[in-house]
Ligand binder design. Structure first.
Ligand code: G4P
Length: 307
């Protein structure tokens, strides 16, 4: 499945973000801790590197992610820093005030010269839809400024927020790349509700989610649905959920759609437990498989001599 999702306002948001980057000190890139690779936007990294802005990478919703996977991502993000690059990473929950209080302190360390009312620290909060940008901004500002909502891309216009005489925030609309490069990224984003509901089919996304969960978290599935997922595939898991919950359509067949939505909602709400959809190792594996599946002529390094 390829999910192509690029609402019109995003193209102008990208232009505006590029302009605003000139006026800020630190980029705060918010990602979903359950899928940091799929939920980090290459466009943000390219824009901020172009302007040579330091970056605080926030793995948000860490309360819903697998702590072991999050620790692996933290090590990966810190190790991946390019020479001379000023990047810091933190895993937290923007729903927790004490976690949010760490953000200005960590950002300040990336721009130590911006520490007084004459030179307030200027942060730009960036990230794809639904990763928690509005939640972070509201928590930092200690008032409701940005709309928090589970419908992706709810924050549409850019705004400047003077939090105190030492801290200024810039909010950008959600940015998502026009074409998701890897099908599994699209599926992870859809499962996590980072793309609009019209861009995907619930059953397809739930099948992918089910397969990931069977592989990585069989015990959580067993506890939630009282079934043994060993040896099941994604479609069979959905059937098993329908059966356990008594979801049937006319004629007695399992109501697969209802079961698929149940699985998606249980993952999204955290009812399944703390789950991460990818790790640095699984992402590296996926990327390597994508490269080796590329036709020879698309890869200059492997193209036959003379081309
Ligand atoms: P966005 O601006 O990046 O689009 O995201 P937004 O802040 O609107 O957050 C999207 C959803 O993610 C909201 O849920 C929000 O509460 C939730 N969220 C944000 N940060 C965290 C976190 O650290 N942990 C968890 N578990 N959830 C988080 P919602 O259900 O739509 O809204 P609400 O019912 O909470 O108001």
């Amino acid at each position: 499945m390829s999910i192509g999702w690029f609402p019109g306002h995003m193209a102008s948001a990208r232009k505006k973000a590029a302009e605003t980057l000139a006026k800020i000190d630190v980029v705060v890139e918010v990602m979903d801790a359950r899928l940091p690779g799929a939920s980090s936007n290459p466009m943000i990294e390219a824009l901020r590197r172009h302007r040579q802005r330091p970056c605080l990478k926030v793995l948000n919703k860490a309360d819903t992610a697998d702590p072991e996977a999050t620790a692996a991502w933290m090590r990966f993000l810190v190790d991946a820093r390019a020479k001379g690059d000023t990047v810091q990473a933190v895993a937290l929950s923007c729903r927790k005030a004490s976690d949010v209080a760490r953000v200005p302190r960590l950002a300040q360390a990336l721009a130590p010269h911006r520490d007084n009312p004459l030179k307030p620290l200027r942060l730009m909060v960036m990230g794809i839809p639904n990763v928690g940008k509005s939640t972070l901004i509201n928590a930092l500002a200690k008032r409701r400024i940005a709309n928090v909502g589970d419908e992706p891309a709810i924050t549409k216009s850019q705004q400047r927020i003077d939090v105190s005489d030492q801290l200024v925030l810039f909010d950008t609309p959600g940015l998502l790349w026009p074409l998701i490069a890897h099908p599994s990224d699209g599926l992870m984003l859809a499962a996590s509700h980072a793309v609009g509901i019209n861009a995907y089919i619930d059953e397809e996304v739930a099948t992918f989610l089910g397969e990931t969960l069977i592989r990585r978290y069989p015990r959580l599935l067993a506890a939630r649905y009282k079934c043994d997922p060993t040896g099941l595939g994604g479609p069979e898991l959905i059937d098993a959920i329908a059966q356990r919950r008594g979801f049937v359509v006319k004629g007695g067949r399992p109501d697969r759609e209802k079961a698929a939505i149940t699985l998606l909602n249980d993952y999204r709400s955290g009812a399944l437990g703390r789950v991460s959809l990818e790790t640095p190792a699984s992402r590296a594996e996926m990327l390597a498989a994508a490269v080796s599946a590329q036709p020879l002529e698309d890869d200059p390094a492997r193209a036959p001599p003379g081309r």
